[in-house]
Ligand binder design. Sequence first.
Ligand code: MEV
Length: 438
Amino acid sequence: MSKTISGFSKLSKSEKIDWIVKTYFSDDTNAKQILTQYWNADEKLQQLHDEFIENTITNYYLPLGVAPNFIINGNTYTIPMAIEESSVVAAASKAAKFWMDRGGFKTEVISTKKIGQVHFKFYGNQKHLEAYFTFIKPQLLEEASPITSNMEKRGGGILDIELRDKTSDIEGYYQLHTSFETLDAMGANFINSCLEQFAKTFKTKALYFDGFSSEERHIDIIMSILSNYVPECLVKAEVSCPVEALAENSKISGEAFAKKFTEAVKIAEVEPFRAVTHNKGIMNGIDAVVLATGNDFRAVEAGVHAYASRGGSYSSLSHAEVKDGIFKFWLEIPLALGTVGGLTGLHPLVKLALEMLGKPTAKELMQIVAVAGLAQNFAALRSLTTTGIQEGHMKMHLMNILNQFEANDSEKQNLVEYFKTETVTHSAVVSALEKLRS
Ligand code: MEV
């Protein structure tokens, strides 16, 4: 049977499923049952999800958890997190509680500028191009005004357009490097629409510009697209307390903890192999909130990791110090987020998540997301530099192992109790379950 097909997108949903299960599964009835069991009984709700993308065959569930007790600039939040990794929400909640008693998190939005570029080729006299840019710039703005007028009324819009010479990298390569303020929208559609309009105006009007020779009039537009690198859309989150307040129990003094913790951060600052994992821990918190609030986590990931490499070597996004007896731990990250547009007004769970956060502005959401990242990083480093990560991680993973072996409720209860005092490993859980069953 052929495993390729033409016209797939034109089939109905059930025809698509029939083709998939017949083509790829030995037990097509079972495959179909798995796919359809995730359909929502509410047909309208299901249709909404079907229409988010092309070729939807079912829904892919992730747990939506919440981490309570976050104090941010004196306000209390319960943060929604969509994530599959067992220990992330537990770790966030623990860190939130820890800092709740030590002054909470402080945050600040440093800047909110976003970037988009029209990439083009021009092989003529650069002075002529510069003269054309000066001439055309007001018209670029003017012809984009049907797109920008609403955003401008609310205080946003195009901040500036620069002509950038990139010919030392690629022969004939220039950019219209543009900065935008998109307020509460993530702004991808707004930015891309503006850029495509610039490209049109820029190319068309060049055909009639007196300062160009006839060859120079043919500007070759390569592409027009926003950049997901937003180093000037920055937010800072921070925690601090007297060193002695870090001691939670008699196991380790505040001073010893602060010393190990800051050493761990320093390692991530200089050692890329560690920095990637360190930042991955930060992204555990960030992605989970970004996803729960209907934002584009791929854009955030790409931008954050580019920022982590801005010094020429991949490095830690967070930093820590002890000064005058005060422990301080902070991170600064670029985050292009929206609280209007996209999924934010469409997906019922996203709407709920945003309402839970008090319907934040994009700036407020930047701060909440940054805090989730810092909290996650604090929790990971705290475990790593004290008990080791596996203790907490495996405790949380216990339920996954029990589910894998189809443990019933009473077996689960029994073994959760048992592993309160035993080390959780895959084989230890399997043998304890076998023992219980025999
Ligand atoms: C696991 O998802 C994340 C950690 O590896 C982060 C870290 O090592 O800092 C625990």
